[in-house]
Design a protein around this ligand. Structure first.
Ligand SMILES: [Zn+2]
Length: 511
């Protein structure tokens, strides 16, 4: 059955209608309506703006769903807040069972002190507890968890120690992954439930496609969940999947692979890590942190190791995307990716985040045709950015306008659950910015491009999306006309209807 979107703003003051059939945009007409065949489903746009479908080009749907089932610490203002939410969770937990959570941010606490295991030990003497910071790069463990995981004798930079060399309970990066890796795994069915709970939130936000990052320890169950979803024909969104390095051989030999190459669910590539996060002061910088002069962050690999990981993923046919936030890490990622990018970077290898990106690194990226995904919400959330980097260096943090104008294909994303998955909030952040580098504010057209044209291109989806006759009908209809809208108002805009592959995935009227 065809779908007719009537009374839509199509830009340049034009009101038109779009007729969709068999998954394609059949006709874009100038009038507010169009003589469509009998039986056509009509959606009245009421003058709202219509765009090609929005894509979130970097998010963690399994983490989002998992967070709903566990201790959500986003927004807690101090250690007492952590204790209160933990207390509620402990009451529901199985005796001696793991209690996990995520979302605290000590940068917003009085004195900005990192919490320690003493802060939570009396709340949970029997259940092992692991609570990740909002960035997901550092975690707080209680004493029971330290004991159960056998961490007391561990050495290395990832284990914070206090007076007398005692572990504080804070673990970072690889040490944290090691701890989480030894907890009981989620089942494939739990992963599927998490994924479907996120799907509705994403489509309500106007998204048609998600680029999904899988976890390093749960990827088997997560891939299985995608394969189960592929069997359910009525799922709503398009998924582009990025697996960790450990999964490359596993997937090559797995029978799941055949189910994960379709138009709606497809494994696109491999995600690697170069460094940590700025919030946790683990992003690798060329010069030390302004607020911690002995610290330059943590590189996860030597240049040679990262280069080999990139080569292996590339040789297996994958698009390679490398998490790099600090300028030292971005430089390392560019070096590794340029080993395989050739002249035009036909495989569309990307740097994820590319947060601290001074001019010399931007021109290197452009020279090698490397792409980027950016998270505009970080700009408004990172209130501590100038303190971490200093007044001068912070001007090179998230330089979105310079990136686009200098020819880097950058796509927008939320990194959810780090930030809200709603793409209009990302666009709003890209247009308004917070407190620094205000010259890098984007005009509305470019803010939209981050989530439309550039995001489709960064996921090899230019055929399924694009507001043109003959293209695939992935479409997002907003509830207002945004042409000329003041940037500050943009975050209040909602989605009125979403079409994926020509099918109505969501309308706010439930039609
Ligand atoms: Zn991420």
């Amino acid at each position: 059955m065809g779908v007719l979107l009537e009374n839509c703003s199509l830009g340049d003051g034009k009101v038109g209608s779009v007729y969709v059939d068999r998954g394609l945009i059949e006709r874009i007409s100038d009038g507010p309506s169009y003589e469509a065949p009998a039986g056509t489903l009509k959606v009245d746009g009421r003058g709202g703006s219509l765009f090609q479908g929005f894509t979130d080009s970097h998010c963690h749907p399994f983490e989002m769903g998992w967070l709903r089932r566990n201790v959500d610490l986003r927004g807690v203002a101090n250690v007492t807040g952590i204790r209160l939410r933990l207390q509620t969770a402990i009451q529901r937990a199985a005796p001696g069972g793991w209690v996990v959570g995520r979302g605290w941010d000590h940068e917003t606490f009085p004195g900005k002190r990192l919490p320690s295991r003493e802060d939570i030990d009396d709340v949970s003497p029997e259940n092992p507890v692991a609570l990740a910071r909002v960035c997901g790069h550092i975690s707080l463990l209680n004493s029971r968890a330290v004991r159960d995981l056998g961490l007391e004798g561990r050495q290395g930079p990832g284990y914070d120690r206090g007076p007398g060399g005692r572990l504080t309970g804070i673990v970072r990066e690889a040490a944290q992954d090691d701890a989480f890796g030894r907890m009981p795994a989620r089942s494939a069915q739990e992963c599927l439930d998490d994924l479907t709970s996120v799907e509705l939130e994403a489509v309500r936000g106007g998204l048609t496609t998600l680029h999904c990052i899988l976890s390093e320890d749960g990827f088997r169950e997560e891939l299985q969940a995608f394969a189960m979803l592929a069997d359910q024909e009525d799922h709503l969104l398009r998924y582009r999947v990025y697996i960790p390095a450990q999964a490359v051989d596993y997937l090559a030999e797995s029978p799941l692979r055949a189910k994960l190459t379709g138009g709606k669910i497809r494994v696109n590539g491999v995600k690697l890590f170069a460094d940590g996060s700025l919030g946790a002061s683990t992003a690798a910088l060329r010069e030390p942190y302004a607020d911690d002069p002995k610290n330059t962050g943590i590189l996860r690999h030597s240049d040679e190791e990262l280069g080999e990981l990139v080569e292996k993923a590339h040789a297996a046919g994958h698009q390679v995307i490398v998490h790099a936030i600090g300028d030292r890490a971005v430089e390392q990622a560019i070096g590794a990716l340029s080993r395989v990018s050739g002249g035009g970077n036909g495989r569309r290898h990307r740097v994820e985040h590319a947060s601290l990106l001074p001019r010399d690194l931007r021109s290197k990226m452009r020279r090698h045709g490397l792409r980027a995904t950016v998270q505009p919400c970080f700009i408004t959330s990172d209130s501590w950015a100038a303190a971490r980097l200093g007044e001068e260096r912070v001007n090179d943090l998230y330089p979105l306008k310079s990136m686009l104008e200098e020819g880097i294909v950058a796509s927008g994303s939320s990194d959810a659950p780090v930030e809200t998955i709603a793409p209009v909030v990302g666009m709003w952040a890209a247009m308004t910015r917070g407190a620094f580098a205000l010259g890098e504010r984007l005009p509305q057209r470019q803010a939209l491009e981050l989530y439309t044209r550039n995001a489709a291109s960064n996921g090899f989806d230019e055929e399924s999306a694009g507001l043109e006759e003959g293209r695939g009908a992935d479409l997002t209809l907003l509830d207002s006309c945004v042409e000329g809208m003041h940037p500050a108002l943009f975050r209040k805009v909602g989605a009125a209807a979403v079409l994926v592959g020509g099918k109505v995935a969501y309308t706010f009227e439930g039609g």
